[in-house]
Design a protein around this ligand. Structure first.
Ligand SMILES: *[C@@H]1O[C@H](CO)[C@@H](O)[C@H](O)[C@H]1NC(C)=O
Ligand SMILES: *[C@@H]1O[C@H](CO)[C@@H](O)[C@H](O)[C@H]1NC(C)=O
Ligand SMILES: *[C@@H]1O[C@H](CO)[C@@H](O)[C@H](O)[C@H]1NC(C)=O
Length: 230
């Protein structure tokens, strides 16, 4: 009996110690309200129009844009892209939200090749990996479609309908440094049930060099962007 009481007291003490905050709170691991997440779109354009509803997901994409050298034009042409998608809904009420793509890119640019895109979120306070963006054969059977795929990791893992294929309906050059930063896009759903609209904004880097020499190897250019899914 005495032993049990002692054990109980020790356990309570251990729990108290464990509950005592030590340093800053750990990053949130869950998904928060997206009500404060607004797209800051350029005026005087009609290509990207913000829906009036709150986004379903706000994500930071960290990845690469791939290019091959076209022998006929001696310029790089896109061959696809792959990115890890981190939930940033818990940051949308913080000052970090506006600059998370720049913070993320600065870290992504600096890490050695042994550090993958999947590792970047935890380094910038956005540790929740919700899925991946990459390209698949279009539903029509011709060409490629971008896919935002939550089926393999995070809270939607195992849910085979948690993806959206995109069909581009709007495209503007990046408002700042368009030779360096890839275009901002609006896409409509072309398959899947994750969202009906996708926007790629706040892009950092990702553009290829302006020209290439014949026979150049394929290249992967690191980038980050925000993706808003509605
Ligand atoms: C939008 O266009 C109007 C009329 O051309 C111009 O006066 C205004 O400065 C433009 N605004 C921006 C943000 O470019
Ligand atoms: C892009 O290049 C990376 C290597 O940098 C590769 O892992 C990835 O599969 C490529 N994706 C596409 C769609 O070309
Ligand atoms: C699976 O994902 C879809 C798309 O996000 C969602 O509408 C549906 O509720 C999910 N199903 C389950 C069982 O979570």
């Amino acid at each position: 009996m005495f032993t049990l009481q002692l054990l109980s007291a020790l356990t309570s003490a251990a729990l108290l110690v464990a509950a005592t905050p030590a340093g800053p709170a750990p990053p949130r691991q869950d998904t928060c309200s997206t009500a404060a997440a607004k797209m800051d779109l350029p005026a005087n354009q009609t290509q990207l129009v913000s829906p009036t509803t709150d986004p379903l997901f706000v994500l930071l994409g960290v990845g690469v844009q791939n290019y091959t050298c076209s022998a006929s034009t001696l310029t790089y042409t896109s061959t696809g892209a792959v990115a890890s998608l981190f939930d940033i809904s818990c940051l949308d009420t913080t000052p970090a939200f506006a600059v998370i793509q720049t913070l993320g890119f600065d870290v992504w640019k600096a890490v050695p090749a042994s550090v993958t895109a999947n590792d970047i979120g935890a380094k910038i306070g956005a540790p929740l990996l919700l899925g991946f963006q990459y390209f698949v054969t279009s539903p029509s059977g011709t060409g490629l479609s971008p896919k935002w795929d939550f089926t393999s990791t995070g809270k939607f893992a195992g849910n085979s309908s948690a993806f959206v294929l995109g069909a581009k309906v709007g495209d503007i050059t990046a408002p700042a440094n368009p030779a360096v930063n890839i275009d901002w896009l609006a896409l409509n759903n072309a398959g899947g049930s994750l969202a009906s609209k996708v926007f790629r904004i706040d892009t950092v880097n990702g553009q290829p060099p302006a020209s290439c020499v014949a026979g150049s190897a394929d290249i992967s250019v690191k980038y980050t962007a925000k993706y808003f899914l509605y």
